[in-house]
Ligand binder design. Structure first.
Ligand code: TYM
Length: 338
C-alpha cells in the first residue's frame, strides 16, 4: 500500500479463508518491538487469511485515564499500522469500542472463567507491581476480554509477540470451558510468532515497551531514532574497544539480523574486535532509519489526513457487525438467554 484509501465498505470478509485476529493497545506510535514482534506478521498474514486487526481501546482504559490522550493515541496507532503495511483492502482494521459486542461476550465468558485463572496471569501480577494504587477490576478481567476479541470472530490464528503467550493459553482454556459447558461453539485459537518474538529495549534487559521508556520509535524523526539506538546497552562485559565482543548477548548485534543479510560479517567484526560497539550502533541506526523511511512518509501523510484514517476504522467496524451479531446470537441461545 503506498497511500491508504478508504476500503470498499460493502466488501464482506472472505467466508472461506481461515481467519486471523490480533489486537494492539493504543499506546501511541508503534515501536520496533511491535513491528518485529507482531506487525510484520499482521502484514504477511493479510495476504493469505481473512485478517482482522483491532486497536484495543477498552483494554487501554485499565491503565490510561486521560480521554484526550487515549483518543490521540488511538489515532496514532491506526496511522502507524496503516503506515507499516496494513492494507484496508486486504484486512479489516477497527477500534474495539466500535464493536461493543466484545464486552457483552466478555461478560458471558467471565461466567465460565474461574477467578484463580485470572489471578495467576503474569501480566496481572506485573500490573499489581507497576500500578499498585490502581488495581482496577478491568486489570483482572483483561484476558477474558482478550479471549472475547478473538473468538467473537472465531479466529484460529493470532499473530502476537511472546509476551502474549500466557494470554493466548488462557483464551484456549476459556474456549474449552465454554465448549464443555454449552457444547462445541468456538475453535481454540493458537499464537503465531515472528522470528523476533521478544525484542529487548534499549536497556538491553527488559522487553521493549512504551511504559518502560526503552523503545526505538521507528516512525520518528531520524535524529530521534539515532539517539535511541546510540543509547542502547550492548555487551556489558566488553569494556575496552579491543575486547572481543559477544554478538549472541548483544542486543544491537541481535537486531542487525533483521536489517541486512550481512549480519554474520558484522558479528565477525565484533568477535575479532575489528569494530567497536559504537560502530555497530551507527550501522544499525542508519539501517533502521533507511528501512522505515517510506513508512515514516506514509505515517506523516496519514497524520495530515485523520478523516481518511477514521473512514478506514469505521468501515472496518461496520464490516464486522454481522459476524459479531451472529456469534452473540448463537452464544445467547446456547446459554439460555431469551
Ligand atoms: P500490546 O499492545 O502490548 O502489543 C501489541 C503486539 O506487539 C507485541 N509486542 C512485542 N513483541 C516482541 N517484542 C516486544 N518488545 C514487544 N512489545 C509488544 C505484543 O506481543 C503484541 O502482539 N493484550 C494485547 C492486546 C490484545 C490482543 C487481543 C492481542 C487485546 N486483545 C487479542 C491478541 C489478540 C497487548 O496488550 O498487546
Amino acid at each position: 500500500m503506498t497511500t491508504a484509501t478508504a476500503p470498499d465498505p460493502v466488501r464482506a470478509p472472505a467466508a472461506t479463508a481461515p481467519r486471523t485476529f490480533s489486537g494492539i493497545q493504543p499506546s501511541g506510535v508503534a515501536h520496533l518491538g511491535n513491528d518485529l514482534g507482531a506487525i510484520r506478521n499482521y502484514v504477511k498474514l493479510q495476504d493469505e487469511y481473512d485478517a482482522i486487526y483491532c486497536i484495543v481501546d477498552y483494554h487501554a482504559l485499565t491503565s490510561t485515564h486521560d480521554p484526550d490522550v487515549l483518543r490521540a493515541r488511538t489515532g496514532d496507532m491506526a496511522a502507524s499500522l496503516l503506515a507499516l503495511g496494513l492494507d484496508p483492502d486486504k484486512c479489516t482494521l477497527f477500534v474495539q469500542s466500535h464493536r461493543p459486542e466484545h464486552t457483552e461476550l466478555a461478560w458471558l465468558l467471565a461466567t465460565v472463567t474461574p477467578v484463580s485463572w485470572l489471578e495467576r496471569t503474569p501480566t496481572y501480577k506485573e500490573k499489581r507491581e507497576s500500578q499498585p494504587d490502581d488495581i482496577n477490576h478491568g486489570l483482572l478481567t483483561y484476558p477474558v476480554l482478550q479471549a472475547a476479541d478473538i473468538i467473537i470472530y472465531k479466529a484460529t490464528l493470532v499473530p502476537v509477540g511472546r509476551d502474549q503467550a500466557a494470554h493466548l493459553e488462557l483464551s484456549r482454556e476459556i474456549v474449552r470451558a465454554f465448549n464443555n459447558r454449552y457444547g462445541e461453539t468456538f475453535p481454540e485459537p493458537r499464537a503465531v510468532f515472528t522470528d523476533a518474538p521478544t525484542v529487548l529495549g534499549t536497556d538491553g534487559v527488559r522487553k521493549m515497551s512504551k511504559s518502560l521508556g526503552n523503545t526505538i520509535d521507528v516512525l520518528s524523526e531520524p535524529d530521534v531514532i539515532r539517539k535511541q539506538v546510540m543509547s542502547m546497552v550492548t555487551d556489558t562485559q566488553r569494556i575496552l574497544r579491543t575486547d572481543p565482543g559477544r554478538p549472541e548477548v548483544c542486543s544491537v548485534c541481535q537486531l542487525q539480523r533483521f536489517f541486512g543479510p550481512d549480519f554474520e560479517e558484522l558479528w565477525d567484526g565484533e568477535r575479532t574486535a575489528r569494530t567497536g560497539c559504537v560502530d555497530m550502533k551507527r550501522v544499525l541506526a542508519d539501517r533502521i532509519v533507511r528501512h522505515y523511511a517510506p513508512a515514516r512518509e506514509r505515517y506523516l501523510e496519514l497524520q495530515a489526513n485523520p478523516k481518511l484514517v477514521d473512514e478506514v476504522l469505521s468501515a472496518g467496524a461496520n464490516r464486522l457487525a454481522p459476524l459479531a451479531a451472529d456469534t452473540i446470537a448463537e452464544v445467547r441461545q446456547k446459554m439460555g438467554l431469551r
